[in-house]
Design a protein. Structure first.
Lengths: 186, 309
């Protein structure tokens, strides 16, 4: 596996700042908007975006985390069961504008499950999707993000990993390529 | 990723500590699910479960059925009363006939000890033991452990006394295995006629003095006197039993520390436990019932993951 850095710490920080500003453009003061990070990796994106937003707006922004394990479509199609993470939505989502956040948008199946899981909590007025990395041209379902940190063109055999200071020790986005593969990157 | 080491849940004796912890951790996620506005997840859409009850039950059966429905499984119910069992059909034949209708999992309660284990060796579906005679009642022990963990933070190092009819209790045996595997100390307390002769070989302490036992423990699990399983008199009268082994408010308040009171239900108010104790804030009896659904969802979910497609 060859490792390539797509975004380093500085670039990642700039991207997050830009995404936060894009959100403020649409959601203004966030009076009726909430962030929901998808477990397990989207919660880090949500935490960073929340911090950026609070910095810009000067007041707190509601955020939660959503586990989608029980709504996935690949239960019993895997070797071992999927183990759930914590869901923490301690506010009503009824008539709220929801922004779902995840680190990598790939096949779109996680987001499909996320939409299903979200709707068990009520009926939001709008749901948008923010993804840090969009792996273009690899979708299994008709799902697109409203806010994208960076778009990359990758092969299915490759892997994109978003790493965080809190969990892996450094902020960066990495692309793992099998040797000999040519990758086009935008 | 972790998964259960067993294909069936016939008894706690077959589970490792990791298995028990996996079930309890998964159950806490399901507890969050059953407190949502929509208390249902689609995980088991393609699974059919038969609840086969050869013995009466309200709570356990309802709890299993709710757990199954909240996982979106299809559910069929069968009870021995008014069935072909009365016409002389064997257990394996009865169950195989149910399985011929494409059922993936069987939840069974049966009056004979070992019935669930026997069935699991004879049929292709997953088997969950919902109580086999006086032997084991694994999901009850798991939900008791879950409730203790929820109330006290952990089970490890805690002292639990099981009071009452240990001889006829499947709850007692499963609880002893489960609590010991999780690192708790267990004592049993009751009249000597209701304590099995070789119980101390399981590594539990034995007491015949309720006050002494309660002073020792962090948690008291008060069992029901199972009159329906007692063909002879094991103690002179219920009144005497209640006086010696019943827990009342006066006794509870006179203890040097606050203990947690549990009961697997159904309660005989005024016998093993008085009403004011059952309804006190130290009692977690209704939490146990709520947790029962979450724990059973976890057991079914983790076993269903092992069904071949």
């Amino acid at each position: 596996m060859e490792k390539q850095v797509i975004l380093n710490a500085t670039q990642l920080d700039l991207t997050l700042k830009r995404l936060a500003h894009e959100l403020v453009e649409t959601h203004h003061d966030f009076q009726n908007s909430v962030l929901i990070g998808l477990q397990p990796r989207g919660i880090h994106v949500a935490a960073r975006i929340k911090a950026q937003l609070e910095n810009i707006l000067g007041h707190s922004v509601q955020a939660g985390s959503l586990d989608i394990t029980f709504h996935r479509d690949d239960f019993r199609r895997r070797e071992t069961p999927l183990l759930p993470s914590v869901t923490n939505i301690d506010f009503s989502i009824e008539n709220k504008r929801i922004i779902l956040l995840d680190d990598v948008l790939f096949t779109g199946r996680t987001i499909r499950a996320g939409l299903d899981a979200l709707l068990t909590f009520g009926r939001p007025s709008q749901v948008q999707l923010l993804t840090l990395i969009d792996r273009r041209y690899s979708r299994d379902l008709p799902i697109q993000a409203d806010y994208v940190g960076k778009t990359v063109d990758t092969l299915a055999s490759e892997r994109v990993a978003v790493e965080w200071k809190e969990t892996e020790g450094a902020d960066c986005v990495l692309l793992f390529t099998k040797e000999g593969n040519e990758t086009a990157q935008r | 990723m972790k998964q259960l080491s067993v294909d069936h849940l016939t008894g706690i004796i077959d589970l490792s500590r990791q298995d028990i912890e996996l079930i309890l951790d998964t159950a806490s996620r399901f507890k969050e699910v059953i407190n949502r506005p929509i208390k249902k997840v689609p995980s088991l859409r393609d699974i059919t479960i038969a609840n086969v009850f050869f013995e009466n039950s309200t709570r356990t059966r309802l709890s299993f059925e709710l757990a199954e429905k909240r996982l979106s499984a299809d559910v069929v119910n069968f009870s021995a009363a008014g069935s072909s069992v009365k016409k002389g059909e064997t257990l394996v034949d009865t169950v195989n006939n149910i399985l011929a209708m494409k059922v993936d999992m069987v939840v069974m309660r049966h009056p004979n000890p070992g019935a669930a284990k026997f069935l699991s060796q004879k049929i292709k579906a997953r088997v969950v033991n919902a109580g086999d005679g006086t032997h084991e009642h694994p999901t009850q022990a798991l939900l008791d452990a879950f409730s203790i963990r929820e109330k006290l933070g952990s089970v490890e190092g805690k002292k639990v006394v099981i009071v009452g009819d240990i001889l006829h209790s499947r709850v007692a045996l499963s609880n002893i295995y489960c609590l010991q595997k999780l690192g708790a100390e267990v004592m049993v307390c009751g009249p000597s006629t209701l304590i099995p002769k070789y119980i101390s070989e399981l590594g539990v302490q034995v007491s015949h003095n309720l006050r002494e036992a309660l002073e020792w423990c962090d948690v008291a699990n008060m069992l029901r006197i199972q009159l329906e399983r007692q063909d002879i008199k094991f103690f002179p009268s219920l009144r005497e039993y209640a006086a010696l082994f019943g827990l009342n408010k006066e006794l509870l308040d006179s203890l040097s520390k606050e203990i947690v009171v549990m009961h697997p239900g159904p309660i005989n108010r005024g016998v093993e436990i008085t009403s004011d104790v059952a309804d006190s804030k130290q009692s977690i009896i209704l939490d146990q019932v709520e947790n029962g659904v979450a724990v059973r969802m976890a057991v079914i979910y983790l076993l269903a993951a092992k069904i071949e497609r």
